[in-house]
Design a protein around this ligand. Structure first.
Ligand code: CTP
Ligand code: MG
Length: 224
């Protein structure tokens, strides 16, 4: 069964310190965002891709789409925060009957098999996200007191995160009305008491954030 992808790439990549949006940095033979777009353009169950970009990058993004002859992509302008960019993307979705997968442009190594599992889970149980068990011991430092969280209960959230369209659109609208901002979309659904399931993803599905991540990504691609 099918889905829509909203891919957010409208950030500035400040922590990468590259002087331009990290989406255009090369990983092996292709720019970062091209790796990401290849996964979704090649997935026959992905019906439409809403690619969210900032105005400054629009011409370069358009050029990439033409160079690689990517099908089914609509280019949309993003907003100030990631959450604003997702919302702009959601408003542009054509088929509101399909589930929507929200994905970071900066996660180029998501596997088609993970996407498949996620979509199956959404169909069965509604909202779901990819995540991996935390491998570090996570400490909480709060009000001058250190506590150790139970690692067995902790998961590192990734994207894609998938939702029935109307559910996540409504969660975004309610959050906007209250000025509530979160770092991922599942947090919005959670805050309005929608249940979100976890689908175990892969440790390879990293978000490229720092120069060190770009190094890792490059060796990952070179090793195949
Ligand atoms: N993003 C977006 N719109 C924004 C901010 C972020 O579409 N206003 C996207 C980024 O392009 C990225 C994803 O959200 O694909 C995850 O964000 P992050 O890794 O923080 O990327 P940047 O915001 O670009 O990087 P930084 O925070 O270092 O500036
Ligand atoms: Mg950011």
């Amino acid at each position: 069964t099918h889905y829509t992808a909203v891919i957010v790439a409208a950030g500035q990549g400040k922590r990468m310190r590259a002087g331009k949006n990290k989406q255009f940095l090369m990983i092996g033979d292709d720019p970062l965002i091209v790796h990401t777009l290849k996964v979704f353009t090649q997935d026959v169950t992905c019906r439409e891709i809403i690619l969210v970009t900032n105005e400054a990058d629009e011409a370069d993004m358009q050029e990439l789409i033409e160079t690689y002859q990517f099908p089914k992509i609509r280019l949309i302008h993003g907003g100030e925060e990631r959450q604003d960019s997702v919302y702009e993307g959601l408003k542009a979705v054509s088929d509101r009957k399909l589930p929507v997968l929200i994905h970071d442009g900066a996660r180029p190594f998501v596997k088609e098999s993970s996407i498949r599992h996620l979509v199956e889970k959404i169909e069965k149980d509604g909202a779901a996200l990819l995540a991996v068990p935390v491998t570090d011991t996570v400490k909480q430092w709060k009000d001058g007191k250190l506590q150790t969280l139970n690692r067995d209960d902790l998961w590192a959230a990734q994207t894609p995160q998938g939702f029935p369209y109307e559910l996540i659109k409504e969660a975004h609208e309610k959050a906007r009305a209250r000025g509530f901002y979160a770092t991922d979309d599942a947090a919005l659904a959670e805050s309005f008491d929608y249940d979100v399931s976890i689908v175990r993803g892969s440790y390879d599905n990293i978000k490229i954030t720092t120069p060190e991540d770009l190094q890792k990504a490059t060796s990952y691609v070179e090793k195949g």
